[in-house]
Each structure stands twice: as structure tokens, then as C-alpha cells.
Design a protein around this ligand. Structure first.
Ligand SMILES: O=C(O)C1=C[C@@H](OP(=O)(O)O)[C@@H](O)[C@H](O)C1
Ligand SMILES: C=C(OP(=O)(O)O)C(=O)O
Length: 411
């Protein structure tokens, strides 16, 4: 499947979308459950490739663990294999080997892990050669590169002889993901104290208690359906299954963001119903806590013409691709641009002053990034669009195109 042509529906859309389970919650639950010697149970695990890879690697006795392009799998397993004293080589796709891991490795070394780099300092592939507790009960780590390092350290902390205090330095990005980790740890009986003002997290040395954890549907995946409703005709309505009003996922912020684009959320017994309401005139949003929503909303802003200012998107440059650059390239095909109005801090989605002649259906390059494919799919509510390499969605939402067939033509 090298590309898919998506075509607009005739009239309003009405559908029930099963959604995918959260890979973030799944991958945390799997690591924590592994630290109970697999005595608990994780229900509703994600079908996401990132989660299936985690399941496979946790069960494997091979020395080489290939995480493919899964960031959480790489970061969480590095800490898990180190803390459980395993001899492993961790590697991934060429892009994974460009995504930094040095801050996590440094912290793990402070705690007693023997880890060496096999190619470039600070980046996968890595060799983990075991763990001799150093006696350190405190580490300091920058909070502004990836929260996944902090989640990885937190999850192994209850198994350390002295527990662990983590001091976060500088700005803290993706904080809701750290809070998700802490909530899931507490669910499995861990004692975690947070002082967000002092940016200090303290975990007691206390084994996890095996229990059952049920994974919620994925709010990041839900965001594409919000964009579908924002761009669909009056009278359109979708029900998204398996979402909860009290979510552990920071990407549930999409409910607030999308009110600006004319989408109302109402919780039902089985999820959330999306209906259309009048849109607002503009939106400024700080994505520091929900970086995975930025692409969805940038495309929606480009298509609705609602002026949108984005801040807090620096971390997008070190994800599956440089997402800022990818958006800048591809939004142009929709007659819009993503302008850096203040270096590295503030961006605006604006209509292009000179709109190029459109092809009948712009062809969107997806850069090995599932979120590029899914963020641009809702364009099909308004005009035909081609999505290149649509199989990329498998990373987080393998059934995305099956669900999308309910709202648009998919060929
Ligand atoms: O912990 C997690 O599950 C994630 C944290 C975020 O990454 P960063 O902490 O690197 O921003 C997010 O972008 C990623 O999709 C999933
Ligand atoms: C950034 C993402 O994932 P990861 O960092 O886990 O590869 C994502 O799913 O958008």
C-alpha cells in the first residue's frame, strides 16, 4: 500500500468509532506488571505496534532487543533491563538511533547501571551489561528534552534498595505523561510523593502489588476524529468509544482545544459524543503538555482558516521525524504555512499569501510518522487528498483506515 486517496463524504457524517487503546498507558502497565514478575493483569492492551513490540521484547530471551521506532519502548526498556540486571543490546530504526537517550543513560549510570554506547555517544544502539546499586538515592535530570526518561526512572524506582528522589531541572515538558506514570504506579501500590513547585518526585523503596489495570482508549487517536467533526458539514456527529471523563491522558485536552474549532464533547455511557457548535475566532495554545496534538490542530487550523498560534512545540523536532519541518512542508500543499514568529518558541498557522495552483488532490508525504498520516486525513472532509505510505498508522492505531472508511472514501 503506497498511498491512499481519500474523498469527501456526501453530506454530514454520523458514525461510531471504536478507537484504539492508549499505547502510552499500555506500555507503562506492561513495564510495571513485568516488575511484579508478571503477576498482575493488563486489560484492553493496545494493538499499536509500539505496544506489541513491548510485549514481544519483555517476553524474549534474545540478547538483542529491536524496538523499531517506539520511543517509549526504547526508553522504558532501557531502564527496565538495567534495573533487572539483564544483558541486552537495545537498538531501533535509523531514526530511533537519532533520538537522544543520553540523559536517561547518565541517570541510570549514577544509580549503578553498566551501559555503553555502540555507535554514537548519547544515542541508541546501547549495550546494557547489568546493574550494581551505587547507593545513590537521588538523581537530577533536565525536564525539557523528553518526559519519557523521567517516566522510565520513576517506574524502576520502587525496586531500588533506597527508592529514588528525582529532581527535575529547567522547564518540564509533557508533564501529564509523568503524572500518568505516577498514577499507574500508585495503582500498583507504589508510594510516590510529588512536589511540583520544587520539581521533585520521591519514590519509596516498596515492591509493586500485582493487580489488574484496564487501559483506556487513546485520546491522541481521538484527536483526528475531533478534526473530522470540525471539518465536516453541519449536522455531523461521531461517537468515540472507550474514552473516560476522568482520564490519565493529557491529550484529553483536545476537548478544550476543539471547542475553538466548533466541536462539543458530551460523555455517554460508552465514550464521548462529538457534535458541532459555533467555532471561535482564533486560538492560541501551549502544547508543552500535549505535544502529540499539535499536528492534528495545525492541519485543522489550516483547513478552517481559524488563526492558530502554537507554543511549546520544540520537542516535536526529536520525535518520529522533525514534525515542525514536516508540517511546514506539507501544510503548503493545503495553501497554508507554519511560520516561526519567535525563534523556537512561537509559531502561527497562516494562509499562504500566494496560493499555488492546487493539484486535484494534494499528495501528503508522511515521513515515517503515523501522526502526519492521521493529522492530514481529516482534510478529506473538505477535499480529496492523497496520503502517502498510509501503513505508518500501525505505530499507534493500526485500524485507523478501517475506522476512517466510515466517514470518507478510502481507495
Ligand atoms: O510517555 C509517553 O507515553 C509519551 C510521551 C511524549 O513524549 P515526550 O515526553 O518525549 O514529549 C509523547 O510525545 C509520546 O508520544 C508518548
Ligand atoms: C512521539 C511519539 O511516540 P514515541 O516518542 O513513543 O516514539 C508519538 O506517538 O507521537
Amino acid at each position: 500500500m503506497t498511498s491512499l486517496r481519500l474523498t469527501p463524504p456526501e453530506g454530514p457524517v454520523r458514525a461510531t468509532i471504536p478507537l484504539a487503546s492508549s499505547k502510552s498507558e499500555s506500555n507503562r502497565a506492561l513495564i510495571i506488571n513485568a516488575l511484579t514478575q508478571f503477576k498482575g493483569e493488563v486489560q484492553n492492551l493496545a494493538t499499536a505496534r509500539d505496544t506489541q513490540t513491548m510485549i514481544r521484547l519483555l517476553a524474549s530471551t534474545d540478547e538483542v532487543a529491536d524496538v523499531l521506532d517506539a520511543g517509549t519502548t526504547m526508553r522504558f526498556l532501557t531502564a527496565y533491563f538495567a534495573a533487572t540486571g539483564q544483558q541486552k543490546t537495545l537498538t531501533g530504526t535509523p531514526r530511533m538511533c537519532e533520538r537522544p537517550i543520553g540523559l536517561l543513560v547518565e541517570a541510570l549510570r549514577t544509580l549503578g547501571a553498566d551501559i555503553t554506547y555502540l555507535q554514537k555517544d548519547g544515542y541508541p544502539p546501547l549495550r546494557i551489561n547489568g546493574f550494581t546499586p551505587s547507593g545513590a538515592d537521588r538523581v537530577a535530570i533536565r525536564g525539557d528534552v523528553s518526559s519519557q526518561y523521567i517516566s522510565a526512572l520513576l517506574m524502576i524506582a520502587p525496586t531500588l534498595p533506597t527508592g529514588l528522589t528525582i529532581e527535575l531541572t529547567g522547564e518540564v515538558g509533557s508533564r501529564p505523561y509523568i503524572e500518568m506514570t505516577i498514577e499507574q504506579m500508585r495503582h500498583f501500590g507504589a508510594s510516590v510523593q510529588t512536589d511540583w513547585e520544587a520539581q521533585t518526585l520521591t519514590v519509596a523503596p516498596q515492591p509493586y502489588t500485582p493487580t489488574t489495570f484496564a487501559v483506556e482508549s487513546d485520546w491522541s487517536g481521538a484527536s483526528y476524529w475531533y478534526s473530522v467533526v470540525a471539518l465536516a458539514e453541519e449536522g455531523s456527529e461521531l461517537e468515540l468509544l472507550g474514552l473516560k471523563a476522568h482520564s490519565l491522558q493529557g491529550d484529553s485536552a483536545i476537548q478544550t482545544i476543539m471547542r475553538a474549532f466548533g466541536v462539543e464533547s458530551t460523555f455517554t455511557e460508552r465514550g464521548v459524543r462529538l457534535t458541532k457548535i459555533p467555532a471561535q475566532e482564533s486560538l492560541t495554545w501551549d502544547y508543552t503538555g500535549c505535544p502529540d496534538l499539535a499536528q492534528t490542530v495545525a492541519v485543522c487550523a489550516a483547513m478552517t482558516g481559524i488563526p492558530h498560534t502554537l507554543t511549546g512545540i520544540e520537542s516535536l523536532k526529536i520525535k518520529e521525524t522533525d514534525r515542525v519541518l514536516a508540517l511546514q512542508n506539507e501544510l503548503q500543499k493545503l495553501g497554508a504555512e507554519l511560520v516561526e514568529v519567535e525563534p523556537n518558541t512561537r509559531y502561527e498557522v497562516r494562509p499562504l499569501s500566494a496560493v499555488p495552483a492546487f493539484s486535484s488532490a494534494p499528495s501528503i508525504h508522511t515521513y515515517d510518522d503515523h501522526r502526519m498520516a492521521m493529522a492530514f486525513a481529516p482534510v478529506a472532509m473538505r477535499r480529496a487528498v492523497v496520503i502517502e505510505e498510509p501503513g505508518v498508522v500501525a505505530k499507534s492505531y493500526p485500524s485507523f483506515w478501517d475506522d476512517f472508511r466510515q466517514v470518507a472514501g478510502v481507495e
